[in-house]
Design a protein around this ligand. Structure first.
Ligand code: CP
Ligand code: NVA
Length: 307
């Protein structure tokens, strides 16, 4: 494992498997009331320049369950909001803390933060990717389907941070990945280049949701307008009409197809209320698994010399 978790492109298949196996173990311990202070005395600084419910609560709770402590730094209220360079914040935080989780806009900000600090940096979402979420998704799919390799994962909607991480995570774990998005809303070129470097049958970028969803084992979607794109909502609502996980689309997938959504969800836009509620068990398992997957990441990156 590298020092940081900045994007899934940086991880090998073995790294991802190690994270998922560690998450299984930590989840088992938590469910059986086995409490071990793996990160006793350690502190995680959490920088948020965007809103969050799941990421904040799961990281903070996760640190507490591992015997450590997490502190919340709002982008606006800290000196970051007044323009203090990320390079300086990086070097200050390493004098107090043992790890940094950051949710922000530009991927380069996270990469820069990691470059300027000796402590691990974990990406809690950027415009480019959402690695912690997709680790939780892979954990959930593996729990429900027992394997990842050979399954077909289909993503419908915006080629955003979720699409980018799902493509990379799915392909690295031996899944077949299909994506349907409208013209002009494709995934990141760096991700498409990675996807194109593998066997052609393993990845398809399509326009028609029906074509992408055919024979899928997992259907995934995300909001049409991400954080920071609030002003584009109306334009996007038009562009994405038809890019919805609904009963008709689900009927084209394999029997027993799972539905995943990172949340928050907009019923009636990217997913119907009916599909959401019919698959709520899987979707809230996915939300719960943020906790277990991130505990595994923190355990693997932040333990240092401790037992
Ligand atoms: N899925 C996710 O990252 O949720 P939050 O924005 O609530 O953290
Ligand atoms: N694509 C969404 C994910 C939220 C968890 C966003 O960036 O707002």
């Amino acid at each position: 494992m590298k020092k940081d978790l900045l994007k899934l492109l940086d991880l090998s298949r073995e790294d991802i498997t190690l994270i998922l196996n560690t998450a299984d173990q930590l989840k088992y311990e938590t469910k059986h009331n086995i409490h071990r202070d793996y990160l006793k005395g350690k502190t995680l600084a959490m920088i948020f320049e965007k809103n969050s419910t799941r990421t904040r609560v799961s990281f903070e709770t996760g640190m507490y369950q591992l015997g450590g402590h997490a502190l919340f730094l709002s982008g606006k209220e800290s000196q970051i909001g007044r323009g203090e360079p990320i390079e300086d914040t990086a070097r200050v935080l390493e004098r107090y803390c043992d790890g940094i989780m950051i949710r922000t806009f530009g991927q380069e900000e996270v990469e820069n933060l990691a470059r300027y600090t000796r402590i691990p940096v974990i990406n809690g979402l950027t415009d480019f990717c959402h690695p912690c979420q997709v680790l939780a998704d892979l954990l959930t799919i593996r729990e429900h389907k027992a394997v990842l390799e050979g399954l077909k994962l289909c993503y419908i909607g915006d080629g955003n941070n979720m699409a980018n991480s799902l493509i990379v995570g799915g392909l690295k774990m031996g899944m077949e990945v299909s994506v349907a998005c409208p013209e002009g809303y494709e995934p990141d070129p760096q991700v498409l280049e990675f996807a194109g470097s593998g066997p052609a049958f393993r990845f398809s970028l399509l326009r028609a949701p029906e074509e992408a969803a055919a024979g899928a084992d997992v259907l995934v979607t995300d909001v049409w307008a991400s954080m920071g794109q609030e002003e584009e909502r109306a334009v996007r609502a038009k562009a994405f009409a038809g890019y919805q996980i609904n009963e008709e689309l689900l009927a084209l997938a394999n029997r027993g197809c799972m539905v995943q959504h990172c949340l928050p969800a907009h019923r009636g836009e990217e997913i119907t209320a009916g599909v959401f509620e019919a698959h709520a068990g899987e979707i809230f398992d996915e939300a719960e698994n943020r906790l277990h997957a991130q505990k595994a990441v923190m355990y693997l990156l932040m333990r240092g010399g401790t037992a």
